[in-house]
Write a protein that binds this ligand. Sequence first.
Ligand SMILES: NC(=O)c1ccc[n+]([C@@H]2O[C@H](COP(=O)([O-])OP(=O)(O)OC[C@H]3O[C@@H](n4cnc5c(N)ncnc54)[C@H](OP(=O)(O)O)[C@@H]3O)[C@@H](O)[C@H]2O)c1
Length: 283
Amino acid sequence: MTSERGVVITGASSGIGEACALFLGNLGYRVFAGVRRERDGEALNRMASGRVTPILIDVTEPDSIASARDFVCSQVGPAGLAGLVNNAGIVVAGPLEILPMAALRTQFEVNVLGQIAVTQAFLPLLRQGGGRVINMGSISGKLALPLLGPYAASKFALEAITDVLRLELRQWAIPVTIIEPGTVGTPIWQKSGHAADEVVRSLPSSAQALYRQLISAVERKLEKAAGRAVPPEHVARVVARALAARRPRTHYVVGRDAKLLTILVKLLPVRMRDRLILSVLGC
Ligand SMILES: NC(=O)c1ccc[n+]([C@@H]2O[C@H](COP(=O)([O-])OP(=O)(O)OC[C@H]3O[C@@H](n4cnc5c(N)ncnc54)[C@H](OP(=O)(O)O)[C@@H]3O)[C@@H](O)[C@H]2O)c1
């Protein structure tokens, strides 16, 4: 049923994107998997035994998006695309008071503007193919935690973008869905840990001292959460469902932690939620 239906996935070099590429490839989709380096494409190709076509795409580079779009267009022809999975993402972490503005801009360039730019580029092919858009959100798009301000702001923005696109694209019956995972076992946490360390180390020690206690509290909690992470294949399965459903849901929450937090956000008054978060952090 899915045979030869084209799907583009960004950020497929590791983690959730890689799992989606392999899973959808196994289901028979024609997967165009976005990576930033040739060697990541070759590695993916080996894992997928040729069922996945790597494409070079950096979501912050207009030329790279345009050439990826042209290549996919030449491959799928008038059949267009069945789906676009906007998955690429990074985590920028640090206290908002002292975070360099350049770090915040990078967060938004990748997680917000990059998603819009890629969606703009591929929408004509999705319209042609009766396809759909699937955005990789996060529970951080519902609940903003201390030190994860830049990341949470980017995922809240992605929620808004998803809602708006769903309304704007309704006239062509192009469904737009957001996936909201909790903690998933991928390299993103190590990558963001290193990046956050670098940001903090680059600050004067007086600024570091202001947030030292909070930083260690959050680091401890993130380490614990990483121990309970679900494997990326869980998310890939949900993406496949969102891709195949006759009437996909607007939101898919993935993982027990994300489901519990979604309920808490709905039920708890804001001040009680603040108290709960700070007490869990021991602050
Ligand atoms: N892991 C979690 O707990 C979790 C939870 C909720 C949501 N998510 C979301 O899931 C998505 C995938 O994250 P992940 O956890 O699988 O992390 P990951 O393994 O680090 O994957 C992130 C992917 O995004 C790519 N990427 C980064 N910057 C890019 C750019 N400028 N252009 C194109 N690709 C770029 C990375 O490529 P490079 O290898 O080239 O850097 C990598 O392939 C993200 O949107 C993340 O916010 C993750």
